[in-house]
Design a protein around this ligand. Structure first.
Ligand SMILES: [Fe+2]
Length: 311
């Protein structure tokens, strides 16, 4: 059984960042202060448009199959430090979180300490009644593993389609939890993303603002890479892949990022929400950005957290 995070007051270390975080240049005169935006552009991989409307979802399990169904497209990526964002509208935020864990290399330390921190932290942000930490991924400059390398295509981590799945049943079975018989529950899935070892000078994470995402542009696909979690076997459905989603390009979609994220900063972004009228989720990808030659590699830890809300 996965540890369940009990309701407690959120840690003061998890207070939202109150300053704008903008880079301020030296003043050139009394009172003069210039705010520099690091908005940029980059090539990202999008699902080929012909998959929208096809009856069978595409399948991605490695770099080759990813290239086969996607194409590169240059997009603007906005620096949104200091802008008004929240998890129910834009679907993502930046806040502070300084872990007590000195190293993220030992799985048992991450599971024993970081999961507890993150579970409590997301509970404080979301107001959930119950929180389940699903798992984590540490990503580094080592590109040998499809899952451990930087994410290189615009994707969601779950299917955004209302496919009739009984989310409560999935949550109870996946986390070995009894949610009781007399309560109706809604659920939201959140990701946290935090640089480790160094600030994220390279390969930052970009997310699409959920307010600019048209659900009609989101297409299901089969994720068949490492740690795929197939649903119970169903006739005609793969038994080695989990159903997820990815958008096709639409010029309305707005990519956002937080430049130079520090190791005491954390991005939280929604991946699924059963509650109506809330941000459904933020497709995301890493991207290449100019950095000094001696800038250290990006290393990061991400955690998937499921929140349950009693209604
Ligand atoms: Fe992802």
């Amino acid at each position: 059984m996965l540890p369940q995070i009990e309701r407690r007051v959120s840690s003061p270390r998890c207070e939202p960042v109150r300053s704008s975080g903008r880079i301020r240049l030296a003043a050139f005169g009394r009172g003069a202060e210039k705010i520099v935006s690091r908005s940029t552009s980059a090539e990202v991989r999008y699902l080929n448009k012909e998959w929208k409307g096809r009856p069978e979802p595409p399948r991605i399990g490695d770099a080759e199959s990813r290239r086969a169904v996607t194409h590169k497209r240059r997009v603007a990526i906005d620096d949104v430090r200091g802008q008004a964002l929240d998890l129910d509208t834009s679907g993502f935020i930046l806040t502070r979180h300084e872990s007590t864990l000195p190293s993220f290399r030992k799985r048992e330390d991450v599971v024993g300490i970081y999961y507890e921190e993150i579970g409590r932290f997301v509970r404080g942000l979301s107001g959930a009644d119950r929180v389940f930490v699903e798992g984590h991924t540490v990503r580094t400059e080592d590109a040998r593993g499809f899952n451990a390398a930087y994410a290189r295509y615009v994707h969601c981590d779950y299917s955004l389609a209302d496919n009739g799945a009984d989310r409560r049943d999935i949550v109870e079975r996946r986390y070995d939890q009894d949610l009781g018989s007399g309560t109706r529950w809604e659920f939201a899935w959140y990701n946290t993303w935090q640089p480790i070892d160094f600030p994220a000078h390279r390969n930052p994470l970009a997310v699409i603002d959920a307010r600019t995402l048209d659900r009609d542009d989101v297409v299901d696909y089969w994720y068949a890479g490492p740690r795929a979690r197939p649903l119970p076997a169903r006739p005609g459905k793969p038994t080695d892949a989990s159903l997820s989603s990815m958008p096709v390009f639409n010029p309305r979609q707005r990519f956002c990022y937080f430049p130079q994220m520090r190791t005491d900063e954390i991005m939280v972004f929604k991946q699924l929400d059963t509650r109506p009228d809330r941000a459904p989720g933020c497709p995301h990808t890493s991207f290449d950005i100019d950095a000094p030659p001696d800038a250290p590699p990006r290393r990061s830890i991400e955690v998937r957290v499921v929140c349950a809300f009693a209604c």
